[in-house]
Design a protein around this ligand. Structure first.
Ligand SMILES: [Zn+2]
Length: 458
């Protein structure tokens, strides 16, 4: 269900009271009448553009162009339109801001992250879209980012820090916080095109500005009738450290998520009653998953390509729990196949900071194949491998039995059988795949695999 925007937000904000249209009479009766103060749109009225600000603006525009040119913007018009709808629902109607034109787009990056450029471009990565649970959580992320733009935080931050950092220092600082080889294309592009904007997006703004974005974000959520508790819940979702990465990004570090959870909980307690209904949230979750299912599938491919296989298993399982159709089962099978000899979850010990640092160093030096070979030499690795290959096979079979089985399932099974040394089964599955999807983009590659397998079988 999509929350409707008040026709006149200013009036609505002035005489604001939390009325959730779906509240049952019982809930209304139980609800205390907590006064909620008016919340004007979080603007920075006194801000005037200067020359240094225009430089930053230029960098931001350039960044938009680069993201598009490098194919990092997700070419999924319905997903981007959905982000836009949520963003517009949060924004005060008729708001015009000098040199801001709002754009809401998904970035093809499996690392959970979101950021706003001062020109009004709001980006949410596919990794974050896939991790969060419902539209209110998405609204929480977007509201936080909108506040940075509306309050002109990037310009203020740049004015106060640019003298301290030369471009070279920025590159060094970013490299020290997280090796560029590990952070992925998005951050690499931001660092090279717009180093000063990078400072704020990778380290976050100052604590005061971040706190302001969180608080004003909650106010905007309430005005747009989103469940404000979901701001806290989304931080808890982000707090899950599935990959054990030692990368400092705002959305997994700054200010410490625990601290944000604490101050937001107390802010919420002062602002309003708990009004969220589990039923309402479940319905919202279903709507969110329906809207974002294709983005989530796309992100699974990105996560697997980036070697984020633990995340892939976790995220694919969520998708299957929502909708166990052939394609989602296929993705879960693929994730388990790629998980191979790795344990599905990291241990407490592996999640300590020093262990994460060691792991990051290792990851820089060895390939995924080398890691697999090492693990396969251990009994635990062998066990995991066997279990995951078996799970993958069961899931592929389930995917074939589901309604409208996806042809790619045969390709996945082919790869699984090939790895298990079942050459003729593998060739047969590959052939079925090509028969069912004659215009597959990887047709040439699969055909060669068939030839190699048949050659070996002679
Ligand atoms: Zn922020």
């Amino acid at each position: 269900m999509f929350p409707r925007k008040p026709t006149n937000l200013i009036v609505a904000a002035l005489c604001f009271c939390i009325v959730f249209t779906s509240l049952s009479p019982v809930a209304l009766a139980q609800k205390k009448t907590a006064p909620v103060e008016a919340t004007p749109p979080p603007l920075n009225e006194r801000f005037k553009f200067g020359e240094v600000d225009l430089e930053v603006l230029e960098q931001a525009d350039l960044l938009d162009v680069r993201f598009e040119r490098d194919g990092l913007v997700l070419a999924d018009e319905s997903a981007n339109a959905y982000l836009r709808r949520v963003g517009q629902a949060l924004l005060p109607r008729d708001l015009v801001l000098e040199r801001v034109s709002w754009k809401f787009r998904a970035l093809r990056d499996p690392q959970p992250n979101a950021f706003a450029l001062p020109n009004g471009s709001i980006y949410v990565t596919t990794g974050l879209i896939t991790l969060i649970d419902n539209e209110s959580q998405l609204a929480a992320i977007i509201a936080h980012e909108l506040t940075h733009v509306m309050r002109r935080h990037t310009y203020m931050h740049n004015r106060s820090t640019r003298k301290k950092f030369l471009t070279m220092n920025v590159m060094q600082a970013v490299g020290a916080a997280s090796p560029l080889s590990l952070v992925g294309a998005v951050i690499t592009v931001v660092t090279t095109v717009a180093p000063f904007i990078m400072m704020a997006t990778i380290y976050g703004y100052s604590r005061d500005l971040e706190r302001e974005a969180d608080h004003k974000g909650i106010d905007m959520m309430i005005s747009a009738e989103y469940s404000p508790e979901e701001m806290v819940n989304v931080l808890k979702v982000l707090d899950k450290d599935i990959e054990g990465e030692n990368i400092r990004l705002f959305y997994n570090d700054h200010p410490a998520l625990d601290e944000r959870i604490k101050y937001l909980s107390s802010y919420l307690g002062a602002r309003a009653d708990k009004v969220t209904h589990q039923m309402e949230l479940n319905r919202e979750r279903a709507a969110y998953f329906r809207n974002m299912e294709s983005v989530m599938r796309h992100n699974l491919q990105l996560a697997i390509n980036a070697g984020r296989v633990r995340s892939a298993v976790y995220l694919a399982q969520r998708l299957v729990d929502f909708h166990d159709d052939s394609e989602n089962l296929f993705w879960l099978a693929e994730s388990y196949r790629m998980l191979g000899p790795r344990a599905p979850q990291l241990t407490e010990k592996e999640l300590t900071n020093s262990a994460k640092k060691d792991a990051a160093k290792k990851r820089e030096k060895r390939t995924a194949e080398e890691e697999e070979r090492e693990l396969l030499a251990t009994p635990a690795g062998k066990d995991n491998w066997q279990r995951h290959q078996q799970l993958a096979e069961e899931l592929y079979q389930r995917a074939l039995k589901a309604e409208n089985p996806a042809p790619v399932v045969h390709r996945g099974l082919g790869m699984l059988y090939e790895k298990l040394g079942r050459g003729s089964d593998a060739a047969a599955e590959y052939e079925k795949y090509l028969e069912l999807s004659p215009s597959a983009v990887d047709r040439g590659r699969i055909q060669r695999r068939i030839e190699v397998l048949k050659e070996k079988l002679k």
